[in-house]
Design a protein around this ligand. Structure first.
Ligand code: HEC
Length: 147
């Protein structure tokens, strides 16, 4: 009797641990983002707080040369040295329209959070300041044909 009681208690404990784990996994899945092709209404609404000055473009270019050239290439055409070694090709950033949206807020979101869930375009949110990510947005504008 005693042994059976202990077994039941252990089984119950294991069951609740498994249940707790499942809840965590479900919460994680709900939080995981998928970058939306064509951009989002939030991205379209998000206002760029940094004006497109020559200083901002130069600051964006400086960060681009260090962090982005290896994959996207000097000119932004996606032919950096690291291009093609794995996963999808780095995007050609000189195109008029971007896959994940061309609004400043959408481009900012891709730089900050990467292209989810694969992240072959990495997330830079923890590595680059908000201002520099907007400077990058302003620099990338100069790579695209003027509208
Ligand atoms: C490790 C290689 C790598 C690095 C470094 C990298 N990218 Fe990317 N980037 C990619 C890949 C690959 C894609 C395409 C991802 C996909 O479609 O799944 C991409 C996509 C993008 C896009 C989306 C373009 C579109 O058409 O929507 C933007 C914007 C972008 N990168 C900007 C940057 C900027 C700015 C930097 C530097 C801070 C940077 N990337 C650094 C690999 C990289």
């Amino acid at each position: 009797m005693e042994v059976a009681g202990v077994k039941t208690t252990i089984r119950a404990a294991v069951a609740s641990a498994v249940a707790a784990l499942l809840v965590l996994v479900a919460a994680g899945a709900a939080l995981a983002q998928v970058t939306v092709v064509g951009g989002t209404p939030e991205g379209a609404k998000l206002k760029n707080p940094v004006s497109t000055s020559a200083e901002s473009v130069a600051a964006g270019r400086a960060v681009y040369r260090v962090e982005c050239v290896p994959c996207h290439g000097e000119s932004g055409d996606g032919h950096g040295k690291g291009a093609g070694s794995y996963g999808p090709r780095p995007a050609d950033l000189t195109r008029q329209a971007y896959t994940y949206g061309t609004a400043d807020g959408d481009v900012f979101d891709v730089i900050k959070n990467g292209v989810q869930p694969r992240l072959s375009m990495p997330a830079w949110g923890d590595l680059i300041s908000e201002t520099d990510m907007w400077n990058l947005v302003n620099y990338l504008r100069t790579l695209r044909p003027a509208t």
